[in-house]
Design a protein around this ligand. Structure first.
Ligand code: AMP
Ligand code: MG
Length: 549
């Protein structure tokens, strides 16, 4: 009888939850609770009592590690209203509350929380780097929201863990702002990504950083960003289990990931093969979106490639400004391994590493099938990238010679330093028949660079012919194009300005940017006044970012 009652109660709860899709957001943060226990508690967790000493962890997927709270006077730098409301059922006003700020600072763990750091390894710049892991991040628990989705809040910059190696477990304000803004901006651009909920900085908690690696370290304020994802597994999560010869744990982990995050594959006849294909396609779909927005990740090591196909670990990334196909935002990437135009092939290389890592749990037949899949991936991603670029030009079909059409535009852009974002947007704003009209082009700062360029004239004629072939009306072309070509992207110089103010506890620009990037495809009056879609200031040319964060 009691059991029947419980079942009934659970059902009612579920029904309520369904209605709660429209549930009122929670206003009192103390009422907000995690799932207890989190599902990941079913995986092997290392419980070494010396939790914050660097150590080679064995036979575990996580280490149980408490956060080391940010100390001193804290400020909420910003919060993402949509992430709070849509993912965590929290009213935006909660972000200002003391409990929530303490939650982000790592000093308040809501009921049901279980603070862990994830163990993984990775190939860094092509070489096996052995154990890496969450050296300054803590997954706090699992929150099941009113839509039934499970989200894992993770703090970044929340103290030392067994994976800290030589690091201090902290993050500074500038890199945290960059991660916060890019996560939310990419989400609204349509790039699959981890999210960011809130960012807290301390006035008093200082750390040493040598930003330019030139031997001039200085003190900076420590900050913590709260990121959100359904899960935080990376290719390196599997690789460490290959290198340390732990096939049993690997099987547990892969089965778990499939069950929790790819349930549609759980009963498939060949689930590891199907899962590999799905992970590969998700990551290649993701990289195609990057190529469409000029986004360059900067550090595509295998530990920074998500098994859920999400953009993860925003560090020295950049959105291309004046177009350069080998654009490298990361000042440490001397060889240009992670240049803009190399990203698809690097993802393929990383996926090869994933296939290698999985071998201990695959049968000979499965290995063969994965080999066959791998043979299809290069064409898959090339087609996807081309499709993305054609959509940016207002073209839905894919015809012979289209790759040249795109390549020739890029050549003109590179030759004349056309801005990646502005060129495409301005192409959408000018009638295709007027693309050679000097007086019209002069009104568009990026397109105006192409005036009197023979290759531009050649290209425009080709483009006009191609539009005729697809029979797309001018109205339709323009309306398709403004939906996929943003007015604003988080360019490094725009964020640099916001960061400079935030260093002085003026968070207005950071907050404005977060709001602006909710609608990156719409012209915003205030952003126009601030020059965010104008020609970048000269000081921003050649701006590079370091990994020191
Ligand atoms: P990333 O380049 O940010 O993806 O980091 C690579 C590895 O270094 C990861 O294992 C990070 O957790 C670790 N790491 C980066 N910065 C720190 C830090 N300040 N303290 C501890 N570990 C860090
Ligand atoms: Mg990383």
């Amino acid at each position: 009888m009691r059991r029947a009652f419980c079942v009934l109660a659970a059902l009612m709860n579920e029904q309520q939850q369904n209605i709660v899709g429209k549930m009122k957001p929670i206003v009192n943060f103390k009422e907000w609770k995690f799932r207890d226990p989190p599902n990941y508690a079913a995986l092997p967790i290392d419980e070494n009592p010396e939790y914050n000493v660097p150590v080679a962890v064995k036979d575990a997927v996580f280490s149980k590690v408490p956060t080391e709270p940010l100390i001193g006077k804290l400020h909420l730098v910003c919060a993402s209203d949509e992430a709070l409301v849509d993912l965590l059922d929290l009213h935006p006003s909660v972000a200002e509350s003391e409990e929530f700020i303490n939650f982000v600072a790592g000093s308040y763990l809501p009921e049901g929380g279980l603070s862990v750091s994830h163990r993984y390894g990775g190939y860094q710049f092509g070489f096996w780097a052995d154990q890496l892991g969450d050296g300054r991040a803590h997954i706090l628990g699992e929150y099941v929201n009113s839509k039934g989705e499970s989200w894992q809040p993770q703090l970044k910059g929340s103290g030392e863990t067994p994976y800290s190696r030589f690091g201090d477990g902290r993050a500074v304000l500038r890199s945290s702002i960059r991660e916060m803004i890019a996560s939310e901006a990419c989400y609204h651009l349509g790039i699959p990504t981890t999210r960011a909920a809130a960012l807290v900085v301390s006035d008093d908690h200082k750390v040493w950083r040598d930003k330019t690696y030139c031997g001039r370290a200085r003190q900076e304020r420590a900050a913590v960003v709260m990121r959100l994802a359904n899960a935080w597994y990376r290719i390196g999560s599997i690789e460490i289990l290959l290198k340390r010869r732990e096939p049993h744990t690997m099987k547990l982990l892969v089965d778990f990931i499939i069950k929790q995050h790819f349930p549609e594959l759980e009963n498939s006849d060949d689930k590891y093969v199907d899962w590999y294909l799905e992970v590969a396609h998700r990551n290649l779909d993701m990289v195609a979106t990057w190529q469409g927005f000029g986004f360059t990740h900067g550090v595509l090591n295998t530990d920074n490639v998500s098994l859920l196909g999400l953009t993860i670990d925003y560090g020295p990334y950049g959105f291309i400004e004046h177009f350069y196909q080998n654009y490298v935002p990361n000042s440490s990437d001397d060889m240009g391994r992670y240049a803009f135009n190399k990203q698809p092939e690097i993802l393929l290389w990383n996926l090869e590493k994933l296939a290698e890592a999985l071998e201990p749990i695959l049968s000979e037949d499965q290995k063969e099938k994965i080999k066959d899949i791998r043979a299809t991936l290069s064409e898959y991603v090339q087609r996807n990238v081309l499709k993305t670029h054609l959509l940016k030009l207002g073209l839905k079909e894919m015809k012979d010679g289209d790759d040249k059409l795109v390549q020739e535009l890029f050549e003109v852009m590179q030759l004349k330093m056309g801005d990646f974002t502005a060129t495409f947007r301005q192409l959408a704003e000018v009638e295709s028949q007027q693309l050679l009209d000097k007086s019209v082009l002069e009104t568009k700062w990026s397109l105006s660079k192409f005036i009197d360029t023979p290759n531009w004239e050649k290209w425009v004629k080709k483009y006009q012919d191609r539009l005729k072939e697809e029979n797309v009306s001018e109205d339709e072309r323009q309306s398709r194009m403004v939906k996929v070509n943003p007015v604003y992207v988080p360019k490094n110089w725009i964020m640099q300005e916001a960061i400079a103010d935030a260093e002085k506890n003026n968070f207005e620009k950071v907050r404005f940017l977060l709001k602006l990037f909710k609608n990156p495809f719409e012209v915003n009056e205030e952003a126009e006044k601030r020059g965010y879609s104008s020609q970048p200031p000269s000081w921003s040319y050649g701006l590079k970012l370091s990994c020191s964060s």
